[in-house]
Design a protein around this ligand. Structure first.
Ligand SMILES: NC(=O)C1=CN([C@@H]2O[C@H](COP(=O)(O)OP(=O)(O)OC[C@H]3O[C@@H](n4cnc5c(N)ncnc54)[C@H](OP(=O)(O)O)[C@@H]3O)[C@@H](O)[C@H]2O)C=CC1
Ligand SMILES: Nc1nc2c(c(=O)[nH]1)N=C([C@H](O)[C@@H](O)CO)CN2
Length: 254
């Protein structure tokens, strides 16, 4: 489909899985699309042939993030949206004094959105079609924590809080929202958890597929009046969290 919009949509981590699906679908819907990738993979050539602009970017250092911002400023004078999709689902490590896991997840889940949103704000404000959008991909477990992915969960929770702050700061020209999925498509850790019977199943079932995230992205892009929101796309997982056992017994009080 020929491009019917001028200002591109930027998707970080768009060369695989959910980001790839969103990039292709938005491109087919007439948006120019720019994606970042960290690791070469065999989808890149096909994406380039589809007219999707691919930029190699690793957000593990501030220098890299700032260089990426400069690269985008050279490539375009406006942006319709930024979708912060890049993420590492890294589990915590046993070493109690490990500093690497939290630091690396802070870089990709918080520092990159912090710098990219503030650095590219003028390009979003120069969007050629009404308000612009920032969408943060967070996670269902930001409200509940995780015994195995505490660093991941904490940095995603920080991103979720940043959503509200930037929504306040960037209104009315830019909307800022988050999408908080549960298990949309399986990964290796999920398959292992499923085999071990440790995988929680939401009321609506597991792994609906990438389209449910695209539908939410499209909904946010098309709605001019939603900002500062976190949309749970979790099959009702929030309904399954029972309160922790109380520390007293009601019988004791009689
Ligand atoms: N999949 C699911 O069911 C769920 C997904 N989510 C969230 O949705 C989003 C998409 O999920 P999914 O597609 O599974 O994501 P992936 O785990 O496939 O990661 C997306 C991309 O992030 C890139 N990335 C990771 N670290 C960095 C970094 N330091 N710098 C630059 N790029 C980096 C990777 O690039 P490369 O491959 O090129 O190295 C990868 O392709 C994520 O934010 C995720 O947290 C939340 C809950 C459930
Ligand atoms: N960057 C990623 N984040 C998350 C992934 C993933 O594959 N990459 N997967 C999940 C799980 O599916 C989780 O929702 C259930 O175990 C969470 N985040």
């Amino acid at each position: 489909m020929a491009e019917t919009f001028r200002s591109p949509i930027l998707i970080t981590g768009g060369a695989r899985r959910l980001g790839l699906y969103n990039a292709r679908t938005l491109k087919r819907g007439g948006h120019p699309v720019i994606i970042t990738y960290r690791t070469e993979n065999d989808e890149l050539e096909a994406l380039q042939q589809e007219g999707i602009h691919t930029i190699k970017a690793d957000f593990s250092s501030n220098e890299n993030i700032l260089a990426f911002i400069g690269r985008i400023q050279q490539e375009t004078d406006s942006l319709r949206a930024i979708i912060h999709n890049a993420s590492d689902f890294t589990p915590d490590v046993d070493s109690p004094l490990d500093t690497d896991t939290l630091a690396s997840l802070f870089q990709v889940h918080m520092m990159a959105p912090w710098l990219i949103n503030r650095g590219l704000r003028p390009l979003l404000e120069n969007c050629d079609s009404g308000t612009a959008d920032i969408i943060h991909m967070t996670d269902h477990n930001t409200r509940h924590g995780s015994a195995t992915h505490a660093a991941y969960s904490a940095t995603k929770a920080g991103l979720e809080n940043m959503t509200a702050s930037m929504a306040r700061l960037f209104a009315p020209t830019i909307k800022v929202n988050a999408i908080a999925p549960y298990l949309i498509i399986m990964n290796e850790q999920d398959r292992e958890a499923e085999k071990a019977g440790r995988l929680q199943t939401p009321p609506m079932g597991l792994a609906p597929g990438e389209q449910v995230i695209y539908q939410t992205v499209r909904f946010l892009l098309d709605n001019p009046y939603i900002t500062g929101a976190t949309i749970p796309v979790d099959g009702g997982m929030n309904l399954t969290h029972l309160p922790l056992p109380t520390t007293y017994n009601l019988m004791d009080s009689e």
